[in-house]
Design a protein around this ligand. Structure first.
Ligand SMILES: Cc1cc2nc3c(=O)[nH]c(=O)nc-3n(C[C@H](O)[C@H](O)[C@H](O)COP(=O)(O)OP(=O)(O)OC[C@H]3O[C@@H](n4cnc5c(N)ncnc54)[C@H](O)[C@@H]3O)c2cc1C
Length: 313
């Protein structure tokens, strides 16, 4: 039945010349390197193609989910029964609009883009050069590190919601720690952002880039397949009056290094789960649930996931 619907769906995509790929294995598109086959991955290259995709979408009752750089997702191993939307074409570009104001497409790669902008002599965006994934994914959850968050620097977010294009100023957008209104509503397709940076001293910028890269290398499991921090840090202070950290609660529960088949709670940073090669989504899910249970038993704190599940796990 689904094959028949997808068949008709594909005919309409072809008529509108919207690029798509069939039966695509998602594991290579995820930083965990976990994920099954998607029957249909649609890759619009312009706003017009997104509008056309949404028109086609309306005619069929198959849901769709957006995949960016796949660095904050645990993707199901099962073939999914939804359409995957992955922006391409014009969404992979960035440009300097006026001095220090950049337009960055949602499908640009965060690390090289913000490294490049920093090396043009602009400061304030160096922290983003260490975050994997694409810009749309960074926007939706207000990605951040080392005291910076992408929303500190954003001026405007462009997105398509219910078939209409919007350009919203930061002041009109609800956001917080690893949260934005886009994450709650889940019916917006981020297409790009306007972001600013100040002119700075190139040597200091280079030092700042290196410093942040070194910090990351020394605190996170190196060259391991993961999706970064699995849990958000809980609100509040710990017994020593310091901000609570998920990794400390996991460590206190004695879980550092715990394995389930080829998935492991990283011995280097226990808020990371790593795929040692061949882990299944269910193995990672087992460790996620174990952490939540044990941390609750030990500390009476409910850890909230920062990673998202993509498909049925
Ligand atoms: C080693 C490692 C280190 C990390 N360190 C950090 C860190 O320091 N700080 C931090 O905040 N994160 C970190 N992360 C997590 C991750 O890199 C960020 O959350 C990243 O911004 C996610 O972007 P993505 O394109 O990979 O999104 P994906 O994982 O592809 O998707 C995440 C969510 O965003 C949605 N989405 C993606 N694109 C769009 C779009 N265009 N419009 C609407 N919705 C969209 C998806 O549907 C999904 O719900 C780390 C990950 C790894 C692997």
């Amino acid at each position: 039945m689904l094959d028949k619907i997808f068949g008709e769906y594909k005919i309409q995509l072809s008529e509108k010349k919207i690029p798509f790929r069939e039966n695509l294995l998602l594991a290579p598109l995820s930083s965990f390197k976990i994920g099954g086959v998607s029957p249909l991955v649609v890759e619009p290259e312009s706003n017009e193609q997104i509008f056309e995709f949404l028109e086609i979408q309306k005619k069929f009752s198959i849901p769709y989910k957006i995949l960016g750089g796949g660095s904050n997702l645990l993707i199901s191993d099962e073939p999914n029964d939804f359409v995957v939307l992955r922006l391409s074409g014009m969404f992979k570009e960035f440009s300097e609009n006026s001095e220090g104001i950049f337009y960055v497409g949602a499908a640009t790669n965060t690390t090289p883009t913000f490294k490049k902008i920093s090396l043009l002599g602009y400061t304030g965006l160096e922290f983003l050069s260490t975050i994997p994934g694409w810009v749309g994914g960074a926007v939706i959850q207000n990605a951040g590190c080392y005291g910076g968050e992408i929303f500190n620097q954003i001026l405007e977010v462009d997105f398509i919601r219910d078939g209409k294009f919007y350009s919203k100023k930061k002041e009109e957008i609800e956001f917080g720690y690893r949260f934005t209104e886009f994450l709650r509503d889940k019916n917006s397709i981020i297409t790009g952002i306007k972001i600013f940076a100040k002119k700075g001293n190139l040597e200091e910028i280079e030092n700042s880039l290196n410093d942040k890269r070194e910090k990351r290398n020394s605190s996170q499991p190196e060259n391991k397949k993961s999706a970064g921090s699995v849990f958000k840090n809980p609100k509040g202070l710990d017994d020593n009056g310091l901000p609570m950290k998920s990794w400390k609660l996991i460590d206190k529960s004695g879980l550092r290094g715990l394995m389930k088949n080829k998935a492991q709670i990283s011995p280097a940073h226990c808020n990371f789960i790593v795929n040692l090669g061949g882990a299944k989504a269910s193995d990672v899910n087992y460790l996620v649930s174990t952490i939540q249970d044990k941390v609750f038993q030990k500390s009476k704190i409910i850890l909230e996931k920062e990673i998202e599940y993509f498909g049925q796990i």
